[in-house]
Design a protein around this ligand. Structure first.
Ligand code: SF4
Ligand code: SF4
Length: 436
């Protein structure tokens, strides 16, 4: 099989569990309060622009910064700021968060206007003003992605509709139910990025999406749909670029170095909606599923809604949740409490029951090599695991722990149930702490 870094482009077959794929998203009522962190994206946290006691409106900017890698944060509700708290996210990031008691009126911010976009520069500014980051889960600020140094050499836009994580189906619903916004987003991106072709990559376990988008794009010049094998992690940026264009984004390169920009379907549709309405990113479509949830479904909720309110809207817990995940089972983050708020790049809440949460004990590595065979980036997870446990920073660097995208393929196939992703996550942290 062809390769990303010279050997084999691997990945794993996972159970799809797309239980909610036939369920259009339902908008949930506004909760009594929301908690809006100032860091919901990859990069620097925003400075809070509101104070306790201040009233806010929907779409009002409540956080921003001059830092390069960041996007503003907006209020998802109208109401009153009742507290400012120190917040620690599920991945350990620290920032301030605004607690807003809602008035349920959802009064829109009076300053909102649909932006006038007549150039690439306008488009980049609009993406920033929208507070847009990678809604597929990566959280990378969209305006930076749209503005690579070598824009003139970028000729291909890849739209990520792979949705390869088990359980998650909100992108499936978006492709089926918000096709117009998705196509409008593609058109505006095609125009102002100046790309020759746009490829929408969709896994073959979503035949309805493939059929609908193939028909809908038939008359769009340069736009096509590419059917991908259902194999995790097809939606990982470098894997998707290879599968849709045949181009290899080498170690140390960015997609733009290969003439490609990749955006997720939800990011693309939200950009179009913002250009149409002027309402920034304040709500999220996500999948709520898992054996502990009474009524799994896709929902639309204000950003900042606490997990317990999301679950309550889905009928509550039908049995104790033994494992709560923000995101899918492969790359999602475990949270210890259901008071964590929904953030921009969170596309699923999974509440697993006892049976689904059983974790077999770790045993010694038997050097079977399955983790190496499964890694899409030709890494050596067994060596990284050993290096982390030995606190061997030289070996962690040598075996390139920083290239690990934490896709989870290695842990998934490991017969010894080694916690390989966790070792890599902590290994990266160790290098960072040592300044390596
Ligand atoms: S898959 Fe597990 S047991 Fe096999 S080599 Fe990798 S770490 Fe060791
Ligand atoms: S988690 Fe990292 S090491 Fe493991 S398969 Fe994915 S990229 Fe490779």
């Amino acid at each position: 099989m062809p390769s990303l870094f010279g050997k084999s482009l691997s990945g794993v077959k996972v159970r799809h569990c797309k239980n909610t794929a036939d369920m259009p998203a339902v908008r949930m009522p506004i909760p009594d309060k929301v908690v809006i962190p100032m860091l919901q994206h990859m990069g620097a946290p925003c400075n809070l622009l509101v104070q306790v006691g201040e009233t806010v409106t929907v779409g009002q900017k409540i956080g921003d910064t001059d830092a390069f890698l960041s996007v503003p944060v907006h209020s998802s509700v109208s109401g009153t700021v009742s507290a400012v708290i120190d917040f620690v996210s599920a991945n350990g990031d620290k920032c301030k968060a605004a607690v807003i008691d809602t008035d349920k009126a959802q009064t829109p911010c009076p300053d909102l206007r649909a932006p006038v976009v007549q150039s690439h520069k306008d488009l980049v500014q609009a993406a920033r003003d929208c507070g847009l980051d990678g809604l597929g889960g990566a959280g990378f600020p969209t305006h930076i992605k749209l503005n690579p140094k070598n824009l003139a050499e970028v000729n291909t836009l890849v739209i990520n509709g792979a949705e390869c994580e088990p359980y998650i189906t909100c992108d499936t619903r978006l492709m089926l139910d918000r096709t117009d916004d998705l196509l409008a987003g593609i058109s505006v991106l095609q125009k102002y990025l100046g790309v020759e072709r746009v490829i929408i990559g969709i896994e073959d376990n979503k035949p309805q999406c493939i059929e609908k988008l193939t028909r809908a794009t038939a008359s769009m010049d340069g736009v096509s749909v590419r059917t991908l094998r259902s194999k995790y992690p097809q939606g990982a940026e470098k894997v998707l670029i290879y599968e849709t264009t045949g181009r290899v984004v080498a170690e140390g390169q960015l997609p733009a170095d290969q003439g490609v920009i990749v955006l997720n379907v939800a990011t693309t549709a939200k950009l179009a909606e913002y250009l149409r309405t002027g309402m920034p990113l304040v709500e999220k479509m996500l999948t709520v599923d898992g054996g502990a949830v009474t009524r799994p479904q896709n929902i639309i909720a204000p950003i900042g809604t606490e997990i317990r309110d999301l679950i309550a809207f889905c009928g509550g817990y039908k049995e104790p949740a033994k494992k709560l995940l923000m995101g899918g089972p492969m790359m999602g983050l475990v949270v210890v409490s259901d008071d964590y708020p929904l953030i921009k790049n969170n596309n699923a809440i999974l509440a697993f029951n006892q049976k689904e949460s059983v974790q077999e004990p770790e045993t010694a590595c038997i050097r079977c090599g399955r983790c190496v065979a499964a890694c899409p980036f030709d890494l050596m997870p067994l060596e990284l695991d050993a290096a982390y446990h030995a606190e061997d920073t030289h070996a962690l660097s040598l075996y390139k722990v920083n290239l690990c995208m934490e896709c989870g393929c290695c842990s998934y196939v490991c017969p010894a149930k080694r916690h390989l992703v966790m070792s890599n996550r902590l290994g990266k942290k160790l290098l960072k702490e040592k300044g390596i």
